[in-house]
Design a protein around this ligand. Structure first.
Ligand code: MG
Ligand code: MG
Length: 248
Protein backbone atom coordinates (compact mmCIF):
# COMPACT_ATOMS: atom_id res chain seq x y z
CA UNK A 1 0.00 0.00 0.00
CA UNK A 2 1.24 3.49 -0.83
CA UNK A 3 0.37 5.84 2.00
CA UNK A 4 -0.83 9.40 1.52
CA UNK A 5 0.72 11.72 4.05
CA UNK A 6 -1.26 14.31 5.99
CA UNK A 7 -0.23 17.96 6.14
CA UNK A 8 1.21 17.33 9.58
CA UNK A 9 3.28 14.41 8.29
CA UNK A 10 4.47 16.38 5.27
CA UNK A 11 5.62 19.15 7.59
CA UNK A 12 7.73 16.61 9.54
CA UNK A 13 9.07 15.04 6.33
CA UNK A 14 10.00 18.54 5.18
CA UNK A 15 12.00 19.05 8.37
CA UNK A 16 13.72 15.65 8.03
CA UNK A 17 14.54 16.45 4.40
CA UNK A 18 15.92 19.85 5.34
CA UNK A 19 18.26 18.22 7.87
CA UNK A 20 19.53 15.86 5.16
CA UNK A 21 20.11 18.81 2.81
CA UNK A 22 21.93 20.77 5.52
CA UNK A 23 24.11 17.76 6.32
CA UNK A 24 25.18 17.58 2.65
CA UNK A 25 26.03 21.29 2.70
CA UNK A 26 27.92 20.89 5.98
CA UNK A 27 30.03 18.01 4.60
CA UNK A 28 30.88 19.64 1.26
CA UNK A 29 33.94 21.68 2.37
CA UNK A 30 35.40 18.58 4.05
CA UNK A 31 35.32 16.49 0.85
CA UNK A 32 38.99 16.89 0.02
CA UNK A 33 42.08 14.78 -0.63
CA UNK A 34 43.33 13.12 2.58
CA UNK A 35 40.12 12.94 4.62
CA UNK A 36 38.89 9.42 5.40
CA UNK A 37 35.34 8.31 4.76
CA UNK A 38 35.06 7.45 8.46
CA UNK A 39 35.91 11.05 9.35
CA UNK A 40 33.12 12.20 7.00
CA UNK A 41 30.80 9.69 8.68
CA UNK A 42 31.57 11.07 12.14
CA UNK A 43 31.09 14.66 10.99
CA UNK A 44 27.72 13.75 9.47
CA UNK A 45 26.55 11.82 12.52
CA UNK A 46 27.47 14.63 14.88
CA UNK A 47 25.74 17.19 12.66
CA UNK A 48 22.54 15.13 12.29
CA UNK A 49 22.33 14.48 16.05
CA UNK A 50 22.88 18.20 16.63
CA UNK A 51 19.64 18.81 14.69
CA UNK A 52 17.58 16.61 17.04
CA UNK A 53 17.57 13.84 14.45
CA UNK A 54 19.18 10.41 14.10
CA UNK A 55 21.09 8.97 11.12
CA UNK A 56 18.55 6.70 9.37
CA UNK A 57 21.17 4.31 8.02
CA UNK A 58 23.00 3.59 11.28
CA UNK A 59 22.13 0.02 12.22
CA UNK A 60 19.65 -0.29 9.31
CA UNK A 61 19.77 -4.05 8.61
CA UNK A 62 23.05 -3.89 10.51
CA UNK A 63 24.72 -1.17 8.40
CA UNK A 64 27.69 0.07 10.47
CA UNK A 65 27.90 3.68 9.23
CA UNK A 66 25.76 6.78 9.60
CA UNK A 67 26.13 7.59 5.89
CA UNK A 68 27.08 5.60 2.78
CA UNK A 69 30.33 6.63 1.12
CA UNK A 70 30.83 5.09 -2.33
CA UNK A 71 34.03 5.94 -4.22
CA UNK A 72 34.57 5.67 -8.01
CA UNK A 73 33.46 2.16 -9.06
CA UNK A 74 31.42 1.75 -5.87
CA UNK A 75 27.78 2.31 -6.82
CA UNK A 76 26.08 2.45 -3.41
CA UNK A 77 26.36 1.23 0.20
CA UNK A 78 30.05 2.01 0.60
CA UNK A 79 30.98 1.52 4.27
CA UNK A 80 32.85 4.42 5.91
CA UNK A 81 36.42 3.31 6.68
CA UNK A 82 39.99 4.51 6.98
CA UNK A 83 40.22 4.86 3.20
CA UNK A 84 41.47 8.33 2.31
CA UNK A 85 40.00 10.34 -0.53
CA UNK A 86 42.43 11.00 -3.38
CA UNK A 87 42.60 13.81 -5.89
CA UNK A 88 40.57 12.73 -8.93
CA UNK A 89 38.14 10.48 -7.02
CA UNK A 90 34.40 10.89 -7.11
CA UNK A 91 32.41 10.02 -4.00
CA UNK A 92 28.69 9.41 -3.73
CA UNK A 93 27.43 10.29 -0.29
CA UNK A 94 24.02 8.98 0.68
CA UNK A 95 22.46 10.55 3.78
CA UNK A 96 19.30 9.67 5.68
CA UNK A 97 17.98 11.46 8.74
CA UNK A 98 15.03 10.61 10.96
CA UNK A 99 13.24 13.51 12.65
CA UNK A 100 10.36 12.81 15.06
CA UNK A 101 9.85 9.44 13.37
CA UNK A 102 9.97 10.68 9.74
CA UNK A 103 12.81 10.15 7.27
CA UNK A 104 14.57 12.15 4.59
CA UNK A 105 16.88 10.45 2.06
CA UNK A 106 19.22 12.09 -0.45
CA UNK A 107 22.41 11.08 -2.24
CA UNK A 108 24.81 13.27 -4.17
CA UNK A 109 28.09 12.64 -6.02
CA UNK A 110 31.02 14.96 -5.35
CA UNK A 111 34.37 15.52 -7.07
CA UNK A 112 37.55 15.29 -5.00
CA UNK A 113 39.96 17.91 -6.36
CA UNK A 114 40.38 17.76 -10.13
CA UNK A 115 38.53 14.96 -11.90
CA UNK A 116 38.80 13.77 -15.52
CA UNK A 117 36.33 14.59 -18.29
CA UNK A 118 34.73 11.16 -18.17
CA UNK A 119 33.79 11.52 -14.49
CA UNK A 120 32.55 15.09 -15.12
CA UNK A 121 30.32 13.79 -17.91
CA UNK A 122 28.99 11.00 -15.69
CA UNK A 123 28.18 13.38 -12.83
CA UNK A 124 26.54 16.01 -15.05
CA UNK A 125 24.27 13.55 -16.81
CA UNK A 126 23.36 11.46 -13.76
CA UNK A 127 22.20 14.63 -12.01
CA UNK A 128 20.25 15.65 -15.12
CA UNK A 129 18.71 12.15 -15.30
CA UNK A 130 17.39 12.66 -11.75
CA UNK A 131 15.63 15.87 -12.80
CA UNK A 132 14.28 14.24 -15.96
CA UNK A 133 12.62 11.67 -13.70
CA UNK A 134 11.37 14.25 -11.22
CA UNK A 135 9.84 16.37 -13.99
CA UNK A 136 7.37 13.56 -14.72
CA UNK A 137 5.91 13.74 -11.22
CA UNK A 138 2.47 15.16 -10.55
CA UNK A 139 -0.80 13.80 -9.19
CA UNK A 140 -2.06 11.14 -11.62
CA UNK A 141 1.31 10.21 -13.14
CA UNK A 142 2.49 6.60 -13.07
CA UNK A 143 5.69 5.24 -11.55
CA UNK A 144 6.67 3.90 -15.00
CA UNK A 145 6.70 7.47 -16.36
CA UNK A 146 9.58 8.31 -13.99
CA UNK A 147 11.66 5.23 -14.84
CA UNK A 148 11.04 5.68 -18.53
CA UNK A 149 12.29 9.29 -18.41
CA UNK A 150 15.44 8.37 -16.45
CA UNK A 151 16.25 5.39 -18.67
CA UNK A 152 15.62 7.25 -21.92
CA UNK A 153 17.89 10.10 -20.84
CA UNK A 154 20.64 7.72 -19.68
CA UNK A 155 20.54 5.72 -22.91
CA UNK A 156 20.70 8.87 -24.99
CA UNK A 157 23.94 9.68 -23.15
CA UNK A 158 25.36 6.15 -23.40
CA UNK A 159 25.30 5.61 -19.63
CA UNK A 160 24.56 2.24 -18.03
CA UNK A 161 21.44 2.15 -15.85
CA UNK A 162 21.79 0.03 -12.71
CA UNK A 163 18.64 -2.10 -12.77
CA UNK A 164 18.90 -4.03 -9.51
CA UNK A 165 18.46 -1.02 -7.20
CA UNK A 166 15.67 1.52 -7.19
CA UNK A 167 13.99 4.47 -5.52
CA UNK A 168 11.16 4.01 -3.02
CA UNK A 169 8.42 5.54 -0.93
CA UNK A 170 9.55 7.44 2.20
CA UNK A 171 7.72 8.08 5.47
CA UNK A 172 7.89 6.61 8.95
CA UNK A 173 9.94 3.91 7.25
CA UNK A 174 13.06 4.71 5.24
CA UNK A 175 11.90 2.37 2.48
CA UNK A 176 8.19 2.14 1.75
CA UNK A 177 6.00 1.28 -1.24
CA UNK A 178 6.20 1.85 -4.13
CA UNK A 179 9.48 0.76 -5.70
CA UNK A 180 10.62 3.47 -8.11
CA UNK A 181 12.86 1.81 -10.72
CA UNK A 182 15.18 3.79 -13.00
CA UNK A 183 13.70 2.05 -16.03
CA UNK A 184 10.20 1.33 -17.17
CA UNK A 185 7.38 1.80 -19.57
CA UNK A 186 5.48 5.10 -19.62
CA UNK A 187 1.84 4.98 -18.49
CA UNK A 188 2.37 1.79 -16.48
CA UNK A 189 2.88 1.03 -12.81
CA UNK A 190 1.24 2.45 -9.67
CA UNK A 191 -0.50 5.82 -10.03
CA UNK A 192 0.85 8.60 -7.80
CA UNK A 193 -1.48 10.82 -5.80
CA UNK A 194 -1.08 14.14 -4.09
CA UNK A 195 0.57 13.64 -0.69
CA UNK A 196 2.61 10.57 -1.60
CA UNK A 197 6.31 10.88 -0.79
CA UNK A 198 8.96 9.11 -2.86
CA UNK A 199 12.71 9.08 -3.34
CA UNK A 200 13.94 9.07 -6.95
CA UNK A 201 17.56 7.92 -7.24
CA UNK A 202 19.24 7.11 -10.54
CA UNK A 203 22.52 5.18 -10.30
CA UNK A 204 24.31 5.46 -13.64
CA UNK A 205 27.56 3.89 -14.84
CA UNK A 206 30.07 5.10 -17.41
CA UNK A 207 30.35 1.56 -18.74
CA UNK A 208 28.30 -1.57 -18.34
CA UNK A 209 25.20 -1.47 -16.10
CA UNK A 210 26.34 -4.73 -14.46
CA UNK A 211 27.18 -4.75 -10.77
CA UNK A 212 28.13 -7.14 -7.98
CA UNK A 213 28.36 -7.08 -4.19
CA UNK A 214 31.68 -7.12 -2.33
CA UNK A 215 32.44 -9.73 0.34
CA UNK A 216 31.47 -7.20 3.05
CA UNK A 217 27.84 -7.98 2.05
CA UNK A 218 27.07 -4.30 1.55
CA UNK A 219 29.07 -2.45 -1.04
CA UNK A 220 27.85 -2.67 -4.63
CA UNK A 221 30.52 -2.11 -7.31
CA UNK A 222 30.49 -2.02 -11.09
CA UNK A 223 31.41 -5.26 -12.85
CA UNK A 224 33.85 -3.48 -15.17
CA UNK A 225 35.40 -1.33 -12.37
CA UNK A 226 34.46 1.89 -14.20
CA UNK A 227 32.94 4.82 -12.27
CA UNK A 228 29.33 5.15 -11.14
CA UNK A 229 27.33 8.17 -9.89
CA UNK A 230 24.22 8.48 -7.71
CA UNK A 231 21.83 11.42 -7.24
CA UNK A 232 18.72 11.25 -5.09
CA UNK A 233 16.00 13.55 -3.80
CA UNK A 234 12.99 12.81 -1.60
CA UNK A 235 9.90 14.63 -2.95
CA UNK A 236 6.22 15.00 -2.18
CA UNK A 237 3.74 14.68 -5.04
CA UNK A 238 1.59 17.78 -5.45
CA UNK A 239 -1.51 18.54 -7.52
CA UNK A 240 0.48 19.79 -10.50
CA UNK A 241 4.06 18.72 -9.79
CA UNK A 242 6.33 17.94 -6.88
CA UNK A 243 8.14 19.61 -4.02
CA UNK A 244 11.72 18.61 -3.25
CA UNK A 245 11.96 17.91 0.49
CA UNK A 246 15.73 17.36 0.56
CA UNK A 247 16.65 20.66 -1.10
CA UNK A 248 17.28 24.22 -0.06
MG1 MG B 1 19.59 7.33 -0.18
MG1 MG C 1 16.89 6.00 -1.12
Amino acid sequence: MITIKSEREIALLRQAGKIVYKTHQYLKPFIKEGITTLELDHLAEEFIRGQDATPSFKGYNGFPGSICTSINDEVVHGIPSNRKLKNGDIISIDIGACYKGYHGDSAWTYAVGKIDEEKKYLMEHTEKALYQGLEMIKAGCRVGDIGYAVETYAQKHQLGVVLELCGHGVGTNLHESPDVPNYGVAKTGPRLKEGMVIAVEPMLNIGSPDIYMLDNDWTIVTEDSRPSAHYEHTVVVTHDGYEILTGE
